[in-house]
Design a protein around this ligand. Structure first.
Ligand code: XMP
Length: 561
């Protein structure tokens, strides 16, 4: 699909926060919940302090988003904005400094993106990273030479001016990660070399006005001192104090939601996933019973998920929840459907129908709350070639029909996933809900190869329960991005006692990942795999063979469908 069209669709479809993040808990956690947790009482909102912001100007590097995350890890709010963002928008964010990201272009290309002049006119500190450094050089009167060969990989950075504020607490030499073609041949007037590597005599440059350039990537894990450099820039050069905490965020959000909603009514879809849980809790803290959550049981959830979600929100948090058991409706719609994309479509459409029907029963509603996160926002606003082509139509359940003319309430719109989890913890949500692994909107339907039936769902639930249980017992749950079972449509011959069996093949998938765009299969210990396999073939009679998926993404995807 061409990009403008996909943007258009994004704008038109209003997403419902049901995607992602439902999972199953261990018996112990369930028992803890059933025994009743302390009810959580919302605290009074205090007025927000003026927020400091660092702006990352995005020139299309695959690491741009990572820069923003790293800055926020230093407790300073950071937004990523396209290089053609108007000054008015930037000014409204009260910037304390700019970071110019890397990018694939070369400053000498005819249409090379450059920094807007207001960045220099603002007299605020600037840190150019990689292509960002080349832009600084080019625009401030230095010379960039086209690299004859790309420098890519590890290098050792040696400080030539250890007194630079950028280098506080840094050792004289440390590893850095290089990835650039062009390099700086001549610095702009009044700039000095602050550090070098074997291949880059000007690996770091700076002037007395607080403008710096780095030839390497401080934001990646391969540059172990990178975070200190970024921290030095925001604190020592930009003068930030560090007021971006999740406690402040909660207070600001509550005040904002109260103001935005007034006496209005809000609906929200609850899935049990962390995003929708945090959205609902935050809004509940702000406006209490003006919020109604709709929790649709699509019959495609994992074992005990429904009870657990319901208990947490209704019993422990005391929220208004409409629970709809629509499992049979979904099953009827899925009858005979084997194509993965069709499954997604069917589940999405049915969800919208149920949601809409329930919403109508509530009467007049003014707002729809959604768990949109910052990476979604960035992806839909980036003016630079957006990296991530979607291979599967997913990550959300679907768009609400246009006739539901509701205003959107998206309190997590500027948060990264790890921040959402922190907010969840601060709001007092149960740890196992906050740390739950992502779970796809179409649920178990895309983990059953072929037609979805009630019987197959039960087989998969039983096998999946064992996987989750053993992974949690081995204390591997949080390290893994996802771990689950797949019910294949393969049957194979086995032997049990004196009998020949002919049973299902179950596959186990366990992956590590940062963001689901790429993933590696986890090297689970053999004894964990052995326990999972033994238990499945012993406790799930329909299954007589278990295999482990040892493919990474790409070329595979995390889900099998
Ligand atoms: P893949 O399989 O594309 O999945 O590697 C990447 C991440 O997305 C999740 N996923 C989905 N989430 N609706 C969702 O809400 C979907 O249709 C869907 N398909 C995949 C998957 O679990 C993984 O975390």
């Amino acid at each position: 699909m061409d990009k403008s069209k996909s943007k258009q669709i994004r704008k038109e479809s209003r997403r419902v926060a049901t995607s992602g993040d439902i999972e199953v808990s261990t018996y112990l956690e369930i028992a803890k919940e059933i025994s009743g947790e302390q009810p959580i009482t919302p605290k009074e909102a205090v007025p927000p302090a003026k927020r400091e912001t660092i702006i990352v100007i995005d020139f299309g590097s695959q690491y741009s988003m990572l820069i923003a995350r790293r800055v926020r890890e230093c407790q300073v709010y950071c937004e990523l904005l396209p290089y053609d963002t108007p000054w008015e928008k930037i000014a409204s964010l009260n910037p304390s400094g700019f970071i110019l990201s890397g990018g694939p272009a070369s400053v000498y290309q005819p249409d090379a993106p450059l920094a807007p002049t207001y960045i220099y006119e603002s007299h605020l500190p600037i840190l150019g990273i990689c292509y960002g450094m080349q832009i600084l050089t080019h625009q401030l009167g230095g010379k960039v030479s086209p690299g004859t060969k790309r420098e890519y990989g590890h290098a050792i950075l040696h400080l030539s001016d250890a007194d630079s504020p950028l280098f506080a607490d840094l050792p004289p030499s440390s590893p850095v990660w290089m990835s650039h073609g062009d390099k700086i041949e001549e610095m702009p007037p009044a700039f000095a070399t602050l550090a070098y590597t074997e291949n880059s005599p000007i690996a770091v440059m700076g002037n007395d006005e607080g403008i710096f350039g780095l030839q390497f990537h401080p934001e990646v894990a391969h540059t172990p001192e990178g975070k200190t450099i970024l921290k030095n820039f925001v604190y020592r050069v930009c003068g930030c104090q560090g007021n971006w905490t999740m406690g402040n965020f909660i207070n600001e959000s509550i005040a904002k939601i109260k103001k935005q909603v007034g006496k209005g009514k809000v609906i929200s879809a609850l899935s049990g996933g962390v995003d929708s849980a945090v959205v609902a809790t935050l809004i509940h803290w702000a406006i209490g019973d003006q919020l109604t959550c709709i929790f649709v049981n699509n019959g495609l959830l994992r074992r005990e998920e429904v009870e657990r979600t319901f208990n947490t929100f209704r019993l422990n948090l005391g929220m208004n929840i409409i629970y709809v058991d629509a499992s049979q409706r979904f099953l009827n719609r899925l009858k005979g459907v084997t194509d993965p994309e069709m499954k997604r479509k069917v589940v999405g459409e049915e969800f919208i129908k149920v949601f809409e029907e329930e919403a109508e029963k509530i009467g007049k509603v003014d707002f729809l709350a959604q768990g949109t996160l910052y990476p979604d926002v960035i992806e839909s606003t980036s003016s630079v070639t957006s990296a991530s082509a979607k291979i599967k139509t997913h990550h959300n359940v679907g768009g609400l029909p246009a006739k539901m003319t509701l205003n959107l309430l998206e309190p997590l719109r500027y948060l990264f996933k790890d921040e959402v989890r922190q907010v969840g913890l601060e709001l007092g949500l149960p740890e196992e809900m906050v740390w739950r692994q992502p779970f796809p909107g179409p649920g178990l339907a895309i983990r059953i190869i072929g037609e979805v039936t009630k019987e197959k769902l039960e087989i998969l639930r039983n096998a999946d329960w064992i996987v989750m249980n053993e992974i949690k017992k081995a204390k591997l749950y949080r390290q893994l991005w996802q771990s689950f079972a797949i019910l294949t449509d393969v049957k194979s011959v086995g032997v049990m006692g004196d009998y020949r069996t002919y049973g299902y093949l179950v596959a186990i998938r366990a992956v590590t990942s940062e963001d689901a765009m790429t993933a590696d299969w986890s090297r689970l210990p053999y004894d964990v795999l052995a326990r999972i396999s033994n238990r499945i073939v012993n406790e799930v009679p329909e299954v007589n063979r278990v295999v482990y998926d040892i493919t990474s993404k790409p070329p595979s995807t995390i889900e099998w469908e």
